[in-house]
Design a protein around this ligand. Sequence first.
Ligand code: SF4
Length: 299
Amino acid sequence: MYQYQYASQKDIERITSERQIRISELALLHEAERQETDINAVYAQMRASYDVMKTNIMAGIESKEPSIGGLIGQNASKMYEYAVSQNPLGGGLLSRAIAYALAVTEENARMKRITACPTAGACGVVPGCLFAACEQRRFDESIVISGLFNASAIGIVIAENATISGAEGGCQAEVGAASAMAASALTEMMGGSVSACLNAAAIALKNVLGLVCDPVAGLVEVPCSKRNAMGAANAVAAADMALCGITSVIPLDEVVKAMKDVGRALPYELKETAKGGVAASTTAKEIRRKIAKLDISGN
Ligand code: SF4
C-alpha cells in the first residue's frame, strides 16, 4: 500500500493535511514511491519534461514553418510580438501565456517532440501559463517545476475519475483538463493553499463542461491551437479567482464526475470524429477536400 497514493480531491485534501505538504510535494512523493525510486530521479524526469516545453516555446515563437496540414503556424510569433511591443488588454502575463500556448501547439502541429500535458492536443495550456508566470513574476525554475507536479496531481484526479481523451469525453477532457491543471499550478506557484488550488481547478473545469472535440479535417490544428490559448486564459482567470478567496460551490470531485457524464452524453460527432462542431462547417469541408486532393497527388 502506497503512503501517498491519491485519486480524488478528497484524497489530496486528507493526505496534504495529515502530512502538512503541498499538492506538488504529494505528487512528487507518490511518483517516487510508485516508480520505486527516489525523489531526485523523479524531479529530474520533470525537469527534462520542462526542458522540452521551454524548447517548444522558444522554437514556436520563432518559427514561421507551417503545420503539417498548413492550417496554423504563424500565430504564436504574431501574438508574442504583440505581447512584447504593444499594450495588450489582458496584460503581460495573459498575453504571453496565450503566445506560449500557441507556440507549443504549433510545434506539435509541425510534428516536433512535445510533452503531452495531459495530451498532445492540449499540450500548450500548462507550459504556456507556467512559463509566462515564471517570466512575469521572476519565479525561480524550481517553482515552475513544482507547478508541474501540482498540475500532474490534478491531471491524475481527472484521468482516474473521468477521462483525458477527446475521443471519449470531448475537448473538455483535453483542453478542459489542461486548464484545470494550469489553474491549480498557478495558484500554488502564487502561494495559494491546497484548498485554493482545488477550487481553481474546479472553477476552470466547470467553465468548459460540454466543450466539444471537432478538429477540422481530423487534424490537431483548428480549433485546437487557439483553444489551448483560451484554455490558458481560463486558467489564469480561475487562479486569480481562487487566490482572492472565491470558492467553487461544486467541489472538484463532483465537477470531474459531471465532466464524465457530459462526455458520455455528447454524440459521437463531437468526439474527435471531425463530423460535428466547426469540423462540419462549410469552410472545414472545403479544407478537408483540399487536403484530401493534396494527399492523393502526393504533394
Ligand atoms: S478539439 Fe479535439 S483534437 Fe483538438 S485539442 Fe480539443 S480534444 Fe484535442
